[in-house]
Write a protein that binds this ligand. Structure first.
Ligand SMILES: [Mg+2]
Length: 270
């Protein structure tokens, strides 16, 4: 389907709608979202973020001038919670992650245990070691997670990105933590949720009741945003306000269907 016929738009957050972790600035989205709303199209934010809840992201966006209700914000954290409840019902999660992730898991009905709880989660059924970004990770926590895995808990990775860009530059992300646990326990993660895993798109499409070919993904990283979308028939749109450039798009094996400078440039095409 041509872009005019797309009825669901997935919008990446960092590098598309906003930039910067501490002092965030709006990149765009106001014009596009207003057009999507007025033309009867639907949209969701689709982000690998695991440190903030959808409600916190919604509030942060409002501060910089973009109104998006929490229920339209899908993150690797809340979709991990959703994935676990759809597949396994109530789960016990040993979390490597921050408070926002714990909150999202609890909102999906899961029990969250951590070092502080001193609860041995195994060998209970439906117990998992859930891995997100944890900027206070310690040897002790990592080791406890490994023991949980040895005792039968499956590894669930919110995503496996190697690095992310913080204000200070490239920073270690979730993937290396997952790799450490896999290596130590000789177990592979039973699921990787976040982009570019097709699971992220499958859950998001299912949750929104739309098909891949009716949808478009707008992202700033070909490897992360576009690579996972294409196998599901989702139209891939690269914006040039983040990581990838026109030159890197030429070099890349992952080809977007469309390249625009700014997310709001899509408004005139709809
Ligand atoms: Mg991005």
């Amino acid at each position: 389907l041509p872009i005019k016929d797309k009825i669901l738009f997935f919008l990446d957050l960092d590098g598309v709608l906003r930039v910067g972790k501490e002092e965030t600035k709006l990149i765009g989205g106001v014009k596009l979202i207003s057009k999507l709303n007025s033309s009867g199209r639907d949209f969701r934010v689709l982000s690998n973020t695991t440190t903030a809840t959808a409600a916190e992201i919604s509030a942060a966006l409002k501060k910089i001038g973009l109104e998006i209700p929490p229920e339209k914000i899908f993150t690797a954290a809340n979709l991990t919670g959703k994935y676990l409840s759809d597949r396994f019902g109530h789960c016990v999660c040993f979390l490597i992650g921050e408070i926002g992730f714990a909150e999202e898991l609890r909102q999906h009905g899961h029990e969250v245990v951590s070092l502080e709880n001193e609860v041995e989660i195994s060998p209970r059924e439906n117990s998992f070691v859930v891995v997100g970004l944890d900027r206070k990770l310690t040897f002790e926590k990592l080791n406890r997670a490994m023991i949980q895995i040895k005792n039968g808990a499956g590894i669930v990775a919110s995503h496996t990105a190697r690095q992310y860009y913080d204000t200070s530059g490239p920073t270690i992300s979730v993937g290396p933590i997952v790799a450490a646990l896999e290596y130590a326990s000789k177990q592979k993660a039973i699921a990787v949720i976040g982009k570019p895993s097709p699971l992220m798109y499958e859950i998001a499409l299912h949750q929104s009741g739309k098909k891949g070919r009716e949808s478009a993904m707008v992202g700033d990283q070909l490897e992360i945003d576009i690579a996972g979308a294409k196998p599901l028939g989702i139209y891939g749109i690269l914006v040039l306000t983040g990581v990838d450039t026109r030159a890197s798009a030429i070099d890349s094996a992952i080809k977007p269907d469309l390249i625009v400078e700014n997310v709001d440039d899509l408004t005139d095409l709809l």
